[in-house]
Design a protein around this ligand. Structure first.
Ligand code: GLY
Length: 329
């Protein structure tokens, strides 16, 4: 190919040239090595609420900011949204009427911070970042996490909104301890993964957890390797859904390791979901979804049941995508 023709081909052409040939039914076909979502910077996050969160993250990424700043700014939007019943302010409380929050953050240098069972602080993700940056520890919980947040100047705030309190009082009439409803309100946890202009990946994960849980319950979201994992050499993954199931397979770490061994983000998420299904005698009503991004900027997701979606934002793409899934609900 002449140099002129090569240059004229442009970015699209280069993408088209990078194909892999496979043979099926005696026909050789070319498969593009890069999917349509390739291209940095890029941010993805779980569920419908990911769209507003991505918007805040994108402001950072699009002006040359870091993936770490982007994911923190992004998920803070969801944490501060009082209408959201599963994250931060307005989240549904535990059995005792206490809103207890879990969050973690991880950067491209394998540094991470987390808080769990934190009360009265609107933006646990920022406390998690402070744990990462200003302490020698990875995780603070409960009263200790709250004291640390106070010392860092975070404002104290009652997170139980009148609407969430009303829902809790109604629940108390029967006190039924059941699994969260599958895809109820399209909610649960915001997990976000971003790659910046430099190709560095960071992630964040934050939730108010299982509604009406036992006081003291902590889910997957603040656990590095379960709710979130990033290895900048490979990619990142985050989880949403029933935390207990995610913890049992160290879900996000599993997804990243599968990508390390050559799986695409979609394939890695699917294999992790299949492992969850295999390891549970009763999968009925147990929803889990994973999101992943690899070092090429390719993204993917997969869930146990239909209904999980995720928001994608890059220079070329702004959309809410339905994840592939194993079962109809
Ligand atoms: N995935 C959120 C939780 O189970 O707490």
């Amino acid at each position: 190919m002449s140099r002129r023709k090569f240059l004229k081909t442009g970015a699209l052409g280069i993408g088209a040239l990078l194909t892999s040939k496979i043979t099926a039914n005696n026909n050789t076909i070319s498969i593009p090595l890069f999917n349509a979502t390739k291209g940095k910077p890029i941010v993805i996050s779980t569920w419908n609420h990911g769209t507003a969160a991505n918007k805040a993250a994108w402001k950072v990424l699009n002006t040359g900011g870091t993936a770490l700043d982007a994911v923190e700014k992004g998920v803070r939007v969801t944490e501060s949204d009082a209408t959201n019943r599963s994250v931060g302010l307005g989240g549904l409380p535990d059995r005792e009427g206490k809103v207890t929050l879990d969050a973690c953050i991880m950067n491209h240098e394998n540094e991470c911070g987390a808080v769990a069972f934190l009360q009265d602080i609107e933006n646990p993700i920022s406390v998690a970042r402070k744990v990462m940056e200003d302490t020698p520890h990875v995780m603070l919980v409960g009263k200790g996490a709250f004291q640390f947040a106070m010392a860092q100047g975070f404002p104290k705030r009652d997170l139980l909104t009148p609407e969430a309190k009303k829902a809790w009082l109604k629940w108390k009439e029967s006190e039924e301890q059941k699994k969260p409803e599958v895809n109820s309100e399209n909610h649960d946890t915001i997990g976000m993964l971003a790659m910046d202009e430099d190709g560095n990946i960071s992630g964040a994960c934050t939730t108010s957890g299982w509604a009406y849980k036992l006081h003291g319950r902590v889910g997957d979201s603040p656990l590095i390797g379960a709710g979130l994992f990033v290895d900048n050499e490979v990619g990142g993954a985050c989880a949403t859904g029933l935390g207990e199931a995610v913890i049992r397979i160290a879900g996000s770490h599993t997804v990243v390791e599968l990508m390390r061994h050559g799986k695409s983000p979609d394939e890695a998420c699917q294999i992790a979901v299949e492992r969850i299904i295999k390891k549970h005698k009763d999968i009925k009503g147990l929803q889990v979804g994973f999101l992943a991004i690899n070092k090429q900027g390719e993204v993917g997701g997969y869930s146990v049941y239909a209904g999980f979606n995720y928001a994608i934002k890059s220079k070329k793409i702004k959309k809410l995508k339905d994840a592939a899934y194993k079962m109809e609900w």
